[in-house]
Design a protein around this ligand. Sequence first.
Ligand code: IZC
Ligand code: ZN
Length: 415
Amino acid sequence: MNPVFDLVLRNIGVLATPNGKNAKKGDAQGQITLTENAAVGISKGMFAYVGEDKPLEGERVIDCQGRLVTPGLVDAHTHLVFGGWRQKEMARKLAGVSYLDILKSGGGILETVRQTRAACEDELFEKGMRLLSAMLAHGTTTAECKSGYGLSVEDELKQLQVMKKLNQYSAVDLVPTFMGAHAIPAEYKNDRKAYIDLVCEQMMPAVIAQGLAAFCDIFCETAVFTPEESRYILGKACELKLIPKAHVDEINPIGGAEMAAAVGCISAEHLIQASDEGIRALAECGVIACLLPATSFHLEKNFARARDMIAAQVAVAVCTDFNPGSSPNLNLQFPMYLACHRYKLTPAEALTAVTLNGAAAVALSERTGSIEEGKQADAVIWDSPDLDYIFYRYGSNLVHTVIKNGTPLPVKDAG
Ligand code: IZC
Ligand code: ZN
């Protein structure tokens, strides 16, 4: 007789997971299930048994030896397909030149645009595969990825084509987002309106015609796109049935959160300078806050008011923002640490932020983000005896084994 399960995890010390198919807000964000001495049975890439430890028959059985098991991590905000890096801008950063001043002088995002345009699809694909396998080794089983380093029809499509191929070849599920409105490219410096028209009239229809993205994001910031321009561009995106997202109130408080709520964004990103009114508007419209503490850390900025957001009934997700400028770190365990120690989230709230709420921010919470029967079998076995430990031992990769769609992928350098 065939074993009942393809894969069984026995002797789990603690199984920690949020529950359900929707983002969690308010007190519910911290209400997770903790099961001691648990077991999990997986069939056809899905969780089929989740509960107390007992002898389950499996094609393959892993003895977790008392370790912690959580859902696979969902990194709902990255810019992981890009050419080059920006370490050459570090000297200016260390001398006190700001992120926006580097951008205004033609560097920053525009430097990465030059390097991404110069790279061919194969180069971007191979680099993307290396980065994704590193992310997977750190526990990320689903990642969002934004375009926005092409800023021409051809180069935006090139970036999105690379993402499509990465999604096919990498074990990580990759969710592409169109972000043609990431910056005004140098050749349109004196004609913003023409660039905005290019984004709306040519890029968006081409992205949709080729089925390359379901989401549309924008960088709403001083000297980038104004709230009015952002509202116009995201309004066009909505007409074309792209789901809106927006980078708002990262550096300057310009009413970005209010704009994101008015447009009906699924998520608003950064929110470091979001106003009280903006936070209320996000709560009212059910917008998920994708907070990026590693960016605050790297840019030496304030940390978003995550506790106020949870108190205001905003669902909080925490992501890496992995990109070559403001957040060159792809390991979600570092933002998890910062979520507890800077935002003052509890480990339970922070776990929900990097699993179920991250999944909801990319419209995948029906499928992933928790360990429950019927969900995709994405999980992490941690070299950790309990949940607190993984929010405390920063600096080491604490992943022991990643399970993706029911397949175990051991990680060598856990310690
Ligand atoms: O390359 O600097 N904030 N976009 C908005 C970024 C950071 C990415 C970058
Ligand atoms: Zn970003």
